[in-house]
Ligand binder design. Structure first.
Ligand code: PLP
Length: 455
C-alpha cells in the first residue's frame, strides 16, 4: 500500500522544497498568531523589495493608484451580490448601494471603450475567454488562434479554455520576422478551415493585427473575430492601439491589471445586442457568482483614471518601450523587430540566447533587482516553455512611476552591464536601488496627477 502522505507529496505541483521549508516554519510557530505573523512578514518583505527597490519590468504587471489599492480592502468587498444589477435581478436584498457601484463600473467601462455593452464580473480575463468560448462556440467547432512561440496564450489553445471547450484549433499563420499575422497565407488557409471564431490578441504583442481584413475573410462563412486584448486593453482605452470593436471584432476581453492598470481581473465589451444574452449568461450563472464588489469599485475608479489620463499615460508607455528597445540594441543586446522600430506597445522582446537563455537571464537580472520574464520567441518550440530564448520586458510600471525616455537609457545600461560586461548582479544591486529610490510615486491618477517634466 502507498502511504497517503507519500502520494500527496508526489502529486504536489509546487516546489516541494519550498513547501517543506514552510511546513517546518509553521511547526516551529508557538501559536496561530505567529503563523499569521509569518504571512504578514512575507507580504512586508515583498512590499519593501518589489514595491520600493526593484525595477519591475514585467509586461503583464501594473501598479494601481493609491485610491484603487485602498478600495481593494473596502467594506463592500465582504458583501454578497450575485446576479445582475437591480433589486429583482439579485438573489439578495440590501444591494441598493452595490447596484450604484456596479452600474457606475459598467457605464464607465462603456464610456472608456465607447462600447454599447460591458461586463464587470470577471474575476480574471481568463474567465472572460472561457465565457466567450462557451457563448459563441459548440464543442467540435473549428477556431483559429496564435501559437505560443509567436505570442499566443494558453487561453486560446488546447491547454486552456478553448481546449476545455472541445474546440479544434488551427494556427493563425504568423510571420516570424515581421511578428505580424501573415495575411496572404491566412487568406489561403482560412477558407479551407472555415473557423467559426478567430482569436486575435497575444501575450507577446508588438504590432497591430490586420483585424478588419481577417474579419472580412471569415465573415464570408459567418465566422467572427474575438479579440483577447488582455495585454493591449489599456492601450486601446488610451487610443494608442487599434480599436478592435471598431475594426470588426465581435467581442473584446482584457485584463484589468495589465496595461489598463486597474485591479487584477477581467473586462468584456461588445456592441451587438444579439450577443448580450449568450455572453452574459456564460458569465452569470456559469462562471462568476460572488464577483468581489470591492474589485468592481476599484475597476470603476481605474476606468475613470483611464478617461482622464489614459491617452498621455499610454502614449508614454509606448514611447518608453521604443526608447528601451533602441537603447538595449545600441548596447549590443539583440531586440526583435529592430527593422521596424522594435514595438508599438508596452513590450520589448530581447533574444537572449547568447547570454544563456530567458530563464537564466531573468534570474540573473532579478539578483540585481531587475524583474523580467523568460518568453518563447519565434524559433522556440512550445515544449521549450521552461527554457526559451526570449526575454520579455514591459514599461508599464516604470512609466507610472514617472520615468521618461532618458531613464530608459539608464535601465538599458544596467542590463548591459550585467549581460555584456559580465558585472556580477550582486555588484549592481546598490546602483539599481539608488536609482529606483527617486521614483516612488505613482502618477496618472487623481491622487498624484501627472509626473513632473512630462513631455
Ligand atoms: C494574461 C493573458 C490572459 C489571462 O489574463 P488574466 O487576467 O491573468 O486571467 C489571457 N490572454 C492573454 C493573451 C494574456 O496575455
Amino acid at each position: 500500500m502507498i502511504h497517503p502522505e507519500q502520494t500527496t507529496i508526489q502529486a504536489e505541483v509546487h516546489d516541494p522544497q519550498i513547501l517543506a521549508q514552510t511546513r517546518a516554519l509553521l511547526a516551529a510557530c508557538q501559536s496561530p498568531r505567529e503563523m499569521q505573523d509569518a504571512v504578514l512578514a512575507a507580504v512586508a518583505r515583498n512590499e519593501e523589495w518589489r514595491g520600493k527597490r526593484c525595477l519591475n519590468l514585467l509586461a503583464p504587471e501594473a501598479p494601481t493608484s493609491p485610491t484603487v489599492r485602498a478600495l481593494l480592502s473596502s467594506e463592500v468587498g465582504t458583501r454578497a451580490a450575485e446576479g445582475h444589477i437591480g433589486a429583482v435581478n439579485r438573489w439578495f436584498a440590501g444591494t441598493k448601494h452595490i447596484d450604484e457601484i456596479e452600474a457606475l463600473c459598467v457605464e464607465l467601462l462603456k464610456k472608456v471603450f465607447a462600447a454599447n455593452y460591458a461586463d464587470h464580473r470577471l474575476v480574471a480575463s481568463m474567465i472572460g475567454n472561457m465565457a466567450v468560448y462557451s457563448a459563441l462556440t459548440e464543442p467540435g467547432d473549428m477556431i483559429m488562434s496564435i501559437p505560443q512561440p509567436v505570442g499566443g496564450h494558453s487561453s486560446n489553445r488546447y491547454d486552456g479554455p478553448a481546449g476545455v471547450r472541445g474546440l479544434k484549433i488551427v494556427d493563425i499563420p504568423f510571420d516570424p520576422v515581421e511578428l505580424e499575422v501573415d495575411l496572404d497565407l491566412f487568406r489561403k488557409v482560412a477558407p479551407l478551415v472555415r473557423p467559426k471564431l478567430v482569436a486575435l490578441g497575444a501575450s507577446m504583442t508588438l504590432f497591430p493585427f490586420p483585424l478588419q481584413a481577417m474579419h472580412d475573410i471569415v465573415a464570408e462563412w459567418g465566422g467572427s473575430v474575438f479579440f483577447d486584448g488582455a495585454h493591449q486593453l489599456g492601450l486601446v482605452a488610451g487610443g494608442q492601439f487599434q480599436d478592435p470593436l471598431r475594426e470588426g471584432a465581435a467581442v473584446l476581453t482584457g485584463s484589468a491589471g495589465k496595461t489598463f492598470s486597474g485591479p487584477q481581473s477581467g473586462i468584456m465589451i461588445w456592441n451587438d445586442p444579439r450577443l448580450t444574452e449568450p455572453l452574459t449568461h456564460s458569465i452569470f450563472p456559469v462562471l462568476a457568482a460572488t464577483h468581489q464588489v470591492n474589485r468592481v469599485a476599484a475597476l470603476a475608479v481605474s476606468a475613470a483614471e483611464m478617461i482622464a489620463y489614459g491617452r498621455v499615460y499610454m502614449a508614454q508607455i509606448v514611447r518608453n518601450a521604443q526608447a528601451l528597445g533602441a537603447a538595449l540594441a545600441r548596447r549590443g543586446i539583440p531586440v526583435l523587430a529592430a527593422h521596424k522600430g522594435y514595438t508599438t506597445t508596452h513590450q520589448v522582446i530581447a533574444n537572449v540566447r547568447a547570454f544563456g537563455g530567458g530563464l537564466e537571464v531573468a534570474h540573473r537580472l532579478a539578483r540585481a533587482n531587475i524583474i523580467t520574464n523568460k518568453n518563447l520567441i519565434p524559433g522556440d518550440q512550445p515544449d521549450d516553455w521552461d527554457r526559451p530564448n526570449g526575454l520579455r520586458i514591459g514599461t508599464i510600471e516604470i512609466t507610472r512611476l514617472g520615468m521618461h525616455e532618458a531613464e530608459m537609457k539608464t535601465i538599458a545600461d544596467f542590463i548591459a552591464r550585467i549581460l555584456i560586461e559580465h558585472v556580477a548582479p550582486e555588484d549592481m544591486v546598490d546602483d539599481v536601488i539608488a536609482f529606483r529610490e527617486a521614483y516612488q510615486t505613482l502618477y496618472y491618477n487623481f491622487d498624484n496627477e501627472l509626473p513632473p517634466h512630462h513631455s
